[in-house]
Design a binder for this molecule. Structure first.
Ligand code: FE2
Ligand code: FE2
Length: 210
């Protein structure tokens, strides 16, 4: 396999040869043209209908995810023992409801209906939280620790999704959409921070002492 360094080296050689031989110069120019057209193709997709429809599909996916989470969070809250953890789930439920409204607003801004598309990743994360509840004792600190872990996995999935969608909205010059996505992203980061504090300050210590 040709290494990157060798490739760079050979392209330098091509350029040098091209200067000496007009035919080689033609080949070198064609190579440059191909590179340029590949680049502009990517830009066309970013601003085109195809990319927009991909973006809408991903919005449908995250709307499904938030709606599924809205149903799952009360079960996680009920399973939690620590008061602070339970109250963090209460905040998360309220945030999720507000986020669903924000996503619906984004659909409106994009001139689309807020339909959903099943998100396999969120389904998996929720099913993992259900396994944690099933595999741990009621009222145990281990269960609380497991719930924090499950909730943080969800947060990190959401943070990745909203961060990238906001960047895509910037690329499509959908400023209002990008602003709403960043405001959801801010909420998700706040929830993640609160969960990290909980993990560090109380539950993990109790769980390891059991
Ligand atoms: Fe969310
Ligand atoms: Fe969240």
């Amino acid at each position: 396999m040709e290494t990157k360094a060798k490739k760079i080296d050979s392209s330098k050689k091509d350029d040098a040869k091209a200067k000496a031989d007009p035919k080689k110069k033609e080949v070198a120019e064609t190579k440059t043209e191909l590179k340029t057209s590949a680049k502009s193709n990517a830009i066309d997709k970013n601003s085109g209908e195809e990319f927009r429809s991909f973006f809408i599909d991903e919005l449908k996916d995250i709307l499904w995810a938030e709606k599924a989470l809205k149903k799952a969070l009360p079960k996680m809250r009920k399973a939690a023992t620590g008061k602070e953890l339970a109250s963090s789930f209460d905040d998360h439920i309220a945030d999720t409801e507000a986020q669903i409204s924000s996503i619906e607003q984004i659909f409106e801004l994009m001139g689309e209906k807020p339909t959903t598309k099943k998100c396999d990743a969120m389904e998996g994360l929720i099913s993992e939280s259900e396994s944690i509840i099933a595999d741990t004792d009621k009222g145990s600190a281990i269960r609380d620790a497991g719930l924090i872990l499950a909730a943080q996995k969800v947060e990190h999935y959401e943070i990745a999704t909203y961060g990238t969608l906001a960047a895509f909205a910037d690329a499509m010059k959908e400023d209002k959409v990008a602003k709403l996505l960043r405001s959801i992203l801010k909420d998700e980061k706040k929830t993640d921070k609160a969960l990290t504090t909980l993990a560090l300050e109380s539950v993990n210590e109790d769980a390891s002492a059991e």
